[in-house]
Design a protein around this ligand. Structure first.
Ligand code: IPE
Length: 289
């Protein structure tokens, strides 16, 4: 028997098992927003984009397999904006249509729970367990100063992803209710939960922030956005009750004050998130202080 070969094989085995982490292998904690325009077909009432969701779930499972932590916030798209717009839920209680509004509040909450369950199911099919935190049961008020106990997101279980979403929430009188955007949740979670290293907004129809609206052939990707830069754009007022790309950029700017890696990335190509974690850079817009 050739002992020296056996010895060197087993030493190699030990060295491989215990090799120290290289700097670029440090675990990341990603806070990712699945934009509503990405995970739903925006103009078709309550239509989930299952292919996009499945691709996101696959990307998430790769990140978890690489030992990174992931926290997910998702938007509403056609599961929230259309009814909310019709019943003016973002503006709060309106005496002339209050009964219809109250019915719409619970309908939109149910619709959002349904969208959340579709996403969680896809994550489960790809091997990732989730713990959902519907804001309607723990948050009050709208905008980045909403009230609610965010410590629920600091309990990190490597086997289960915390997930929350834009929702209809209770508000103080006289408003009674309003729409809390996933973008505002992103700001507060990014700022208050320790250890978040990367914040990524995944978009449905653009590679990042563009020099012109994305359907303009002259539109070019802005790869670095400095806080205070000014955006040229087209607000999707037709269906968006929370503020579209403007709110995303604004939220990203607030986050960039405390997190180093803040990105807006094309969610139709979620592999770019892996690229970012592995190489420190990818195609998209990086928002910096
Ligand atoms: C909106 O949440 C929530 C509702 C309309 C109920 P977001 O503002 O996070 O949704 P998207 O990403 O723009 O669809």
């Amino acid at each position: 028997m050739n002992l020296s070969i056996e010895y060197s094989v087993s030493i190699q085995h030990i060295v491989q098992r215990y090799k120290p982490l290289r700097v670029n292998e440090t675990m990341a904690h990603l806070l990712i927003k699945f934009g509503g325009g990405l995970i739903t077909n925006k103009d078709k009432m309550m239509s989930a984009n299952r292919e996009a969701i499945n691709n996101l779930a696959k990307t998430t499972s790769i990140l978890l397999a690489q030992n990174h932590h992931v926290t997910i916030v998702h938007g509403a798209g056609s599961f929230g904006h259309l009814k909310a717009k019709k019943m003016r839920l973002a503006l709060g209680a309106d005496g002339s249509i209050l009964n219809q509004q109250i019915a719409a509040v619970s309908e939109v909450r149910n619709d959002m729970e349904l969208l959340n369950s579709i996403i969680c199911q896809s994550l489960a099919e790809n091997g990732s367990k989730t713990k959902s935190h519907p804001p309607s049961i723990w948050a009050n008020g709208t905008g980045p100063d909403f009230e609610g106990d965010l410590t629920r997101f600091s309990k990190i279980d490597p086997n289960s992803i915390n997930i929350t979403f834009g929702d209809v929430v209770d508000c103080n009188e006289p408003k009674k209710f309003g729409i809390l955007s996933g973008d505002d949740l992103m700001v507060r979670i990014a700022k208050e939960i320790e250890g978040i290293s990367h914040v990524v907004f995944l978009l449905g129809d653009t590679e990042g922030v563009m020099t012109a609206p994305p359907n303009d052939p002259k539109a070019e990707l802005i790869d670095t956005w400095k806080i205070g830069d000014v955006l040229q754009g087209l607000h999707q007022g037709e269906m968006d009750v929370t503020g579209g790309i403007f709110l995303k950029v604004n939220s990203a700017e607030l986050i960039a004050q405390s997190v180093n890696d803040v990105w807006l990335i094309d969610g139709r190509k979620p592999e770019r998130v892996i690229d970012l974690i592995e190489n420190g850079v990818t195609i998209g817009t990086r928002v910096t202080a």
